[in-house]
Design a protein around this ligand. Structure first.
Ligand code: NDP
Ligand code: A1CAB
Length: 265
């Protein structure tokens, strides 16, 4: 049996990607296979994604044209050692783990086509962004095909590999910081008397709309901020407190730690 796309590891990130492939890449569930060590993950994938699942990693690695390695980075070494001897000729391997460079992967996988990526979980709702680079065995046509697959769950952009650790921080991990921010804003609104469900809705929609303004107006974020801050108004009071508390410095320090961790994985 041949499958267009295979996954080794079918957890949070793989499930989000599979959702996009099925909805927007013209790939049928019957053309996708996933292996997972966890029976619960296999059952969930079968039920919610209607794809073929297996406990055998080599069943997937030997039958997929495009193979996503979607386990945690600490499992890459053992998974690669397991599948490497039987990889079919011409297969494209797509990695989604931080820190695993094309050089590191090439040393273990040998002369195979490798596309290194960093996606994020907003892929679940079709609003992901994925940084992508490749080794020199991947042709331009093959790279375009993989970019098309990755575009089925959001934006996908080719970047130099030297920027991949920065991508981990700015988009791979950043949904977590944004969720913290939304949670904190909602907590404050609850403290002001708003029902919790309504507080999440107002905070999240404000973040969504603000992000859209950055993307759609092309205006500098500082200009957009100035448009909100009326003289002697409410917003500038909040901005003053955020500056006093080192909001921007805290975000930059956090991202520096994230990038450093990505380099060291
Ligand atoms: N979550 C995110 O926001 C993002 C994640 N990534 C990357 O995506 C990859 C997957 O992350 P995520 O989906 O969050 O992880 P999950 O833990 O949700 O999914 C990984 C799955 O792989 C299974 N697994 C573990 N070892 C093996 C093995 N040897 N063979 C087959 N399956 C195995 C796990 O089972 P068990 O639970 O039993 O260990 C689990 O079900 C990671 O490399 C991560 O860094 C990239 C960008 C964003
Ligand atoms: O936390 C992590 O290591 C993964 C990589 C990017 C998002 N989650």
């Amino acid at each position: 049996m041949k499958y267009k796309v295979g996954f080794i590891g079918c957890g949070n990130m793989a499930s989000a990607i599979i959702g996009g492939l099925k909805a927007h890449a013209g790939i049928d569930a019957s053309e996708i296979i996933a292996a997972d060590a966890s029976e619960a993950a296999r059952e969930k994938a079968k039920e919610t994604l209607s794809i073929c699942t297996t406990a055998s990693n080599t069943e997937v690695s030997t039958q997929a044209d495009v193979l996503f390695l979607s386990v945690k980075p600490q499992y890459y070494e053992t998974v690669i050692a397991e599948i490497q001897p039987t990889l079919p000729a011409g297969q494209i391997i797509v990695t989604i783990a931080p820190g695993k460079t094309l050089a590191w992967l090439g040393e273990r996988l040998g002369d195979v086509k490798i596309v290194r990526t960093m996606p994020n979980t907003p892929a679940l709702v079709g609003e992901g962004i994925t940084g992508v680079c490749k080794n020199n065995l991947v042709t331009e046509d093959e790279f375009a095909y993989v970019l098309k697959l990755l575009s089925s769950f959001g934006l996908a952009e080719a970047i130099p590999e030297s920027l991949m650790d920065a991508v981990v921080s700015v988009s791979g991990s950043s949904p977590a910081y944004v969720f913290l921010f939304i949670e904190a804003m909602a907590d404050a609104a609850v403290a002001d008397g708003m029902p919790r469900a309504q507080a999440y809705k107002f905070a999240a929609q404000a973040v969504l709309g603000s992000a859209k303004m950055v993307l759609e107006t092309g205006k500098h974020p500082a200009e957009l901020k100035d448009m909100v801050c009326s003289p002697a108004g409410t917003t500038i009071e909040a901005v003053r407190v955020l500056e006093e508390k080192g909001f921007r410095g805290a975000v930059m320090d956090a991202m520096k730690a994230c990038t450093a961790k990505a380099k060291g994985i």
